[in-house]
Ligand binder design. Sequence first.
Ligand SMILES: *Cc1c(COP(=O)(O)O)cnc(C)c1O
Length: 373
Amino acid sequence: MVVARHRPTKAIIDTTAITANIKNERARLPQDTALFAVVKANGYGHGAVETARAAANGGATGFCVATIDEGIELREAGIVAPILLLGVVAVSDTPLLATYDFSFPVASQEWLQEAESYLANVALTRPLKVHIKVDTGMGRIGFLDAQAVAEAASWVEAHEAFEWEGVFTHFSTADQADTAYWQQQHLFFQEVLTALPHLPKYIHTGNSATALWHEQAVGNMIRYGIAMYGLNPSGHALAAPFELKPALSLVSALIQVKLLEKGSGIGYGETYITPQQEWIGTVPIGYADGWLRKMQGFSVLVEGEYCEIVGRVCMDQLMIRLPREMPVGTKVTLIGENQGQQITMQDVADQLDTIHYEVACTLSSRVPREYKS
Ligand SMILES: *Cc1c(COP(=O)(O)O)cnc(C)c1O
């Protein structure tokens, strides 16, 4: 989708907040623990390259992305720091991993064998940097038992096309108050480590939640994602050990303001009918921007006051009830602060019955990202 630059709707990303969120975590880590900033999915909607740079300023030593293409975007922007892919890659893409110097997860012995036969006829520019992924209870990707992990490690070390760089796992409940399942995964991973012939350069378990609430168990590297954007990985459940500064605000402006008589229908299906004479403002943002139809009934901030979204959210516009006449061009804050009042990404997530991760990723490419430093 083409970026709508000629419209007052934009996401403003405060890169100093990202730098601070990284610095504050960095300060809690032992000196020799690596911090990889997770900038997958376009930096959780915040912009991958710009947030990676802000993270590097705060002390990030590497980056994680989900896909090869996301990694290439960083390399093409001139980022030379280590990059770890988080998803399984196709064997036929291994030459790209070498070309761009990406580390990547290996999640099964079959993958290694398939890669070996594929690479029999392919010359690589450098050995492939393998992080062996252990499925300790997430049920997503990875080896399922300690013996298999140890065998894979030995196999990788015996093959010249590969370099064994890391071993890692992912916790599914590190953001919850009940730690029983987390403990189970943790103990399993410890067993896996004990069964290894020796330890590789990187041992890592920590997403943001693990880094914040189980810091004793992260190994010597963390994969720090949502918290770098200033969002609490647990939602409402647990308090973060330091203040997380939200980086993203979403703003727009009134493009029309009108006084409607009592009984006027607003929006498709006239689901709102003015109960009295009302000032109604129109805002140029809609579900094509990621401001979904379920946001009907939620409020936005104008001149420090909460104004309800009335009628259905349209594809490109929505209507709000104003407390009084306001000039066209008046700033509208959908996420962030406005004259001392605040709407958080978490508030939006609550309205949508989801998590802020999803809200951030849902903001579409039509919304320009503007960087403030
Ligand atoms: C996305 C992801 C992370 C980052 O998780 P946050 O909760 O955003 O910190 C870490 N590790 C893996 C494997 C991931 O997929």
